[in-house]
Design a binder for this molecule. Structure first.
Ligand SMILES: NC(=O)c1ccc[n+]([C@@H]2O[C@H](COP(=O)([O-])OP(=O)(O)OC[C@H]3O[C@@H](n4cnc5c(N)ncnc54)[C@H](O)[C@@H]3O)[C@@H](O)[C@H]2O)c1
Length: 546
């Protein structure tokens, strides 16, 4: 067994790590010492000469050099990284997988007192009010530390070592928790092979007596093996409410039937529902949770890539009418969202690839690391190459996209301000999707065409630098998205776009990419939109509409 001790500066990682390792005849590795040893200079000098970026590159290298953990039962190695190492998803993937992460937690006031007595210089704190600096670091890092076993680390060293020993007794390394965050839109838990035990924990937190799972045949076939065992092992009865697969779930008649089933099961107010499935299932189950008994709590367990990076987050629930998609719905935030990338193993290539359309949107909104990651590893993820899971690329993409959405939605739950950014690529994307009767194109595939359109409009009006637009379009090419021409009549597409316009008081608000972000414009001439849309449609289709 190997342990990773994490925590803020001053939390005692080195002292506790050394003592713990000594007790067990294990090796202690202080990663900051290793970095200094290899660089031949102290950390403040590395910061001064190479900046934080240079230090982080060195830090990644020593983490990589740790190699695979020893998974025998005895404690063999205790690793103490610097407090900021776990901010980078790549480091967390390498450090937490197969090891037991333990967070030595302490109040900033006490940590600050300790730091005053310490001879070490801490580059991220020096020159600032230490309590405020430590509070800021706590806020920024709590979701990464929160994925570890928490030990209050503020007592005498031997007592803390005792607490760590108690905390790790029986700890399992069969799954890896990468992130756990308490947010205004619910608790977010993300990892690999974690769904079963995490659902059980969340049900216990919500005081559930049984597990009422709303799912559909495709999602349940892919996930039952991982979920049923832990639920039953926890002594919970499993009640399955099965909805139709895919978009067919998003009907009011399905909601009525499912609600009747809940009534037959005598589901009471306060009893949580677990929604296991992709976006269609999550939208419907969320709407049932929003309306049954005027609202019951629910846990989202997204099982498609599109749902993990997008639809399960944000509290938009609803169903379709014959007149259009998502016309009946409600905002209802889940109590928790459990994102387990291992549930994606059997997902079809088309569903994986399509979801990348939303990921490209998130990158285009200004996440440069995500851009780079999609350019290098996107094709492998889209094709389902297991190497892209093993090297942590899938986990990082899911985390970056999901967390970006959490931040935007938490800042603007009801889409009155910044949430509109998430509509990048969606105006024409939605119109293309509608023109195909919501059957031809997956949502993400339509968004890819919409992104091309937004880039082209942005270049024409001078807000998108041509190099930026070219980079987005090249990435879509690499991912095999938004390619070729769509077979829809221009007037049909423009008609759907016009329907969208009504929702914005007569003006369609266009989200357009800038150099490293976006702007919102409501003055885009219809003639320009027509020209750009026509460029993405088959000439016959365009001509046929004249
Ligand atoms: N609420 C929101 O904010 C939001 C955002 C974007 C999209 N959406 C909605 O999401 C829906 C599309 O979601 P989707 O792309 O996840 O489609 P989906 O839910 O229809 O799932 C696609 C297919 O994957 C199968 N599947 C599910 N999990 C699987 C697994 N683990 N392994 C193998 N197959 C599995 C399903 O059975 C289905 O056939 C649309 O209805 C769209 O409107 C909602």
């Amino acid at each position: 067994m190997e342990i990773v001790l994490i925590g803020l500066p001053g939390s005692g990682k080195s002292a506790v790590g050394r003592r713990l390792a000594a007790r067990h005849g294990a090796t202690f590795v202080d990663l900051d010492d290793l970095i200094e040893h290899e660089a031949g200079v102290r950390i403040p000098e590395i910061f001064a000469e190479e900046g934080e970026a240079g230090f982080r590159t060195r830090e990644r290298a020593v983490i990589q050099a740790l190699g695979r953990p020893d998974e025998s039962l005895e404690l063999r190695r205790v690793v103490a990284p610097g407090g900021g190492a776990v901010v980078d998803p790549r480091n967390r993937w390498l450090l937490y997988r197969g090891r037991v992460p333990v967070w030595l937690d302490g109040r900033p006031e006490i940590l600050a007192q300790r730091l005053r007595r310490s001879p070490n210089i801490r580059p991220l704190i020096t020159g600032r009010d230490p309590i405020r600096a430590l509070r800021d670091l706590t806020t920024a890092r709590s979701r990464f530390y929160g994925a570890a076993i928490r030990v209050a680390g503020m007592t005498e060293v031997n007592a803390v070592v005792d607490s760590v020993e108690r905390a790790i007794a029986g700890a399992s390394t069969s799954g890896v928790l990468l992130l756990r965050a308490e947010t205004v839109i619910g608790r977010i838990v993300l990892g690999e092979h974690i769904a079963g035990p995490t659902i059980v924990d969340e049900l216990a937190r919500l005081g559930a007596r049984r597990a009422i799972v709303i799912t559909e045949p495709g999602a349940w076939a892919a996930t039952a093996a991982a979920l049923e065992g832990p639920i039953r092992a926890a002594g919970l009865d499993l009640e399955l409410v099965m909805l139709p697969q895919g978009e067919a779930a998003k009907r009011l008649s399905v909601v009525e039937q499912a609600a009747s089933e809940l009534a037959r099961l005598r589901v009471e107010r306060g009893e949580p529902i677990v929604a296991v499935g992709g976006g269609a299932l999550g939208d419907t189950a969320g709407f049932i949770a929003a309306t049954y008994l005027r609202g019951v709590p629910f846990i989202q367990v997204p099982t498609t890539l599109a749902a993990q990076i997008d639809s399960s987050i944000g509290g938009k629930t609803g169903v379709d009418l014959a007149e259009g998609k998502n016309l009946v719905g409600a905002f209802h935030q889940p109590a928790s969202i459990v994102i387990d990338i291992a549930l994606l193993d059997g997902l079809s290539e088309r569903d994986r690839r399509a979801a990348m359309g939303e990921a490209v949107k998130m990158a285009a909104l200004g996440d440069e690391r995500l851009f780079e990651l999609l350019e290098t590893r996107g094709p492998a993820i889209a094709s389902g190459d297991p190497a892209a899971v093993a090297d942590g690329s899938l986990a990082e993409i899911v985390e970056r996209c999901a967390w970006a959405k959490v931040e935007v939605v938490a800042a603007d739950e009801k889409e009155s301000t910044v949430r509109i950014a998430l509509n990048l690529g969606h105006s024409l994307g939605h119109a293309f999707e509608a023109a195909g009767g919501f059957a031809d194109l997956r949502h993400g595939e339509a968004v890819a065409f919409g992104l091309r359109a937004a880039c082209r409009i942005g270049v024409s009006v001078g807000v998108t630098p041509p190099e930026r637009a070219a980079r987005v379009e090249r990435l879509l090419d690499t991912l095999g998205l938004g390619k070729g021409l769509l077979p829809y009549p221009l007037e049909v597409v423009m008609g759907h776009l016009g329907a969208d316009k009504k929702h914005h008081a007569g003006h369609l608000r266009w989200v357009l990419p800038t150099d490293r972000g976006y702007v919102v414009r409501d003055d885009i001439a219809e003639s320009m939109v027509r020209e750009v849309a026509a460029g993405l449609l088959e000439p016959v289709a365009v001509g046929g509409a004249r």
